[in-house]
Design a protein around this ligand. Structure first.
Ligand code: SF4
Ligand code: SF3
Length: 570
């Protein structure tokens, strides 16, 4: 058994370089500042998200292990050798460490062990392509480590956290921006892969960029350039996911979504993965179960292939941070297929499921495509009574909006539409997020609001009316549908023969987790200026890096809704 574990960890004979001994992970070991709710510059005792110190340490070790894999895989690629399993593992590993995805120490430890195997495989791949061992210096992260049990791995992870005094703080800041951006696009690439699309460019960049973080000869501008390239790769990834989604489910069309309930048993689906929703819709057809969307699943209602299922009944609840108080009132089974899961209350934990990479200790995970446990649970629960409610609209992807482009362009030329506001991004718990509600409410009647991601729940149930038949609130989709918003902006700029920065368009963004970092990098890569970002600035951005962003992109923190509107509209 011991040998088996040693092999898992790449500690085959002659390659061991143990550099740690097991020790208990103490509370002081934890440091995480990757999301917007980081406490006092970084969570240090326990995550505000609920992440425990051992889970944080194991996630750090997973990233460290992936840096080691990338070291070898990048070099192997330079010699024309690659391996699909290694490439795909990087998506799993990075996505797992996104905020609110995986809270299970045991599951993350399993991934670290698998990562150690992949590192050995990647080294062998390189050595075979190279015709011999690497002649240069091998960084510690690319060598096997002597830890096997989950506790030992957590102890090792605590030594490889994000705090690293040996690295210049500004360089560290940009390295973390880069890594968080990669976590973001890895989630999108994972959704595309679930549907069957993947892209060599994404894998090659992932290895190159993670490997670069081990290279002490690189400086600030090298990482700034990599971060900008990460923005480009995220655009490539969002485009790939757009293709995967629209090829499979059709282009979204404007669709009213019911906020009330239908009589019958019920399953609530939360997350971003449309393929998983489709499979559940197939498996529940004719069973008297209605499927409701939660959070980022709302735009699913606009896809022709998904909306044809009559039992895709409606949307339930608000954004992710309201789940604990809202799920109590959902009388059916609940399943998360991606972030953002929170600590479940006992009142609904026994009817909660996760799928794929999402994990919460003691919550049943569906690994694969058989949803019978979820279906059986839903059938055993009371379900809803008939109670129709309000309807809201979704389905304004790039195809739908550009289909009415001539009317939109005419409305801008005639002055009927004065300005567009993209109010989008993540939602979260902070009270400062009321800014986005106030902002939307105060947008003048001759302006149109485009929105995307879960931040829309701050205002998507309000009535905004229309301008000559064009709704004043256009739900473009999920966060990854920032791709659609970019397509719309680029098309408008083309029609008006100007740059995107010259359009009557302002971006008012809210961030929470790392997909928002990826999208921000995409916008910067495209040269988009004057973004307003809130509710607070990332803890991982140093004053110098912030200065750089302000000087080059005129990024500004949000102020007051009234003041910002006045400043934008004059
Ligand atoms: Fe804190 Fe966010 Fe890290 Fe969770 S993900 S530990 S809330 S910084
Ligand atoms: Fe929301 Fe988690 Fe970011 Fe896809 S569901 S946007 S926060």
């Amino acid at each position: 058994m011991k040998n088996k574990i040693m092999n898992w960890l790449g500690l085959a004979k002659g390659t061991t370089t143990p550099n740690t001994t097991a020790k208990e992970v103490t509370m002081e070991n934890m440091f995480c500042y990757q999301c917007e709710q980081a406490a006092n510059g970084g969570c240090s005792k326990v995550g505000v998200c609920g992440k425990q110190p051992d889970v944080a340490a194991l996630q750090d070790l997973l990233v460290y292990t992936m840096k080691g894999i990338a070291f070898w895989a990048d070099k192997a690629r330079a010699k024309g050798a690659k391996n699909t399993d290694i490439d795909r593992f990087m998506l799993d590993g990075l996505f797992t460490t996104v905020t609110n995805v995986d809270f299970s120490a045991e599951e993350i430890a399993k991934l670290v062990r698998k990562g150690a195997e992949k590192r050995t495989q990647a080294q062998a791949l390189f050595e075979q392509a190279n015709g011999g061992a690497f002649a240069g210096e091998v960084p510690e992260a690319a060598k096997p480590f002597a830890a096997a049990s989950t506790a030992e791995l957590a102890a090792l992870g605590a030594q490889h956290g994000v705090k690293d005094p040996s690295i210049d703080p500004d360089v560290k800041s940009v390295q973390e921006i880069l890594i968080y951006g990669m976590k973001g696009y890895a989630a999108y690439a994972h959704h595309a892969l679930v549907i069957g699309l993947e892209n060599e460019e994404i894998y090659a960049f992932t290895h190159k960029a993670l490997s670069a973080t081990l290279d002490k000869s690189l400086g600030l501008m090298d990482f700034v350039n990599l971060a900008m390239e990460c923005g480009r790769i995220n655009l490539v990834t969002m485009q790939l996911l757009d293709k995967a989604n629209t090829d499979s489910f059709g282009h979204p069309v404007p669709t009213p979504v019911q906020l009330g309930t239908k009589a019958g048993k019920a399953i609530l689906v939360s997350g971003h993965d449309l393929r998983m929703l489709e499979e559940l819709l197939k498996q529940t057809e004719g069973k008297g179960i209605n499927i409701y969307t939660h959070g980022e699943m709302l735009p699913a209602h606009g896809y022709p292939v998904l909306k044809k299922y009559a039992h895709l009944a409606g949307n339930f609840g608000g954004a992710w941070q309201d789940q604990a108080k809202e799920f109590v009132n959902f009388p059916g089974a609940i399943i998360f297929n991606t972030n953002c899961i929170q600590r479940p209350a006992e009142s609904y934990k026994d009817r909660l499921f996760t799928w794929g990479l999402v994990q919460w200790p003691d919550v049943k995970n569906i690994d694969g495509w058989d949803f019978s446990p979820v279906i059986d649970k839903a059938l055993s629960l009371p379900g809803f009574a008939e109670n129709p409610g309000k309807e809201i609209l979704t389905g304004f992807g790039h195809n739908a909006v550009l289909g009415v482009a001539p009317q939109v362009i005419d409305a801008v030329k005639s002055g009927a539409i004065r300005h567009f506001f993209l109010i989008g991004g993540c939602d979260g718990a902070k009270s400062g997020r009321n800014y986005y509600t106030e902002f939307a409410e105060n947008v003048p009647a001759d302006c149109v609001i485009l929105t995307l991601a879960c931040g829309k729940y701050r205002f998507n149930k309000l009535d905004f009316g229309d301008i000559g038949g064009i709704p004043r609130l256009l739900d473009v989709g999920q966060c990854n549908d920032a791709y659609s918003a970019i397509q719309i902006a680029v098309a408008l700029a083309g029609a008006f023969n100007c740059g995107v920065n010259d359009l009557p368009l302002s971006m008012i963004l809210s961030w929470y987790e790392q997909k928002a970092v990826a999208i921000l990098l995409t916008l910067l890569h495209l040269g988009i200026k004057n973004i307003k970002l809130g509710p607070s600035l990332p803890a991982f951005i140093t004053p110098n890096v912030l200065n750089f962003l302000v000087e080059n992109f005129n990024i500004a923190p949000i102020g007051t809704a009234e003041g910002d509107l006045k400043q934008i509209l004059g």
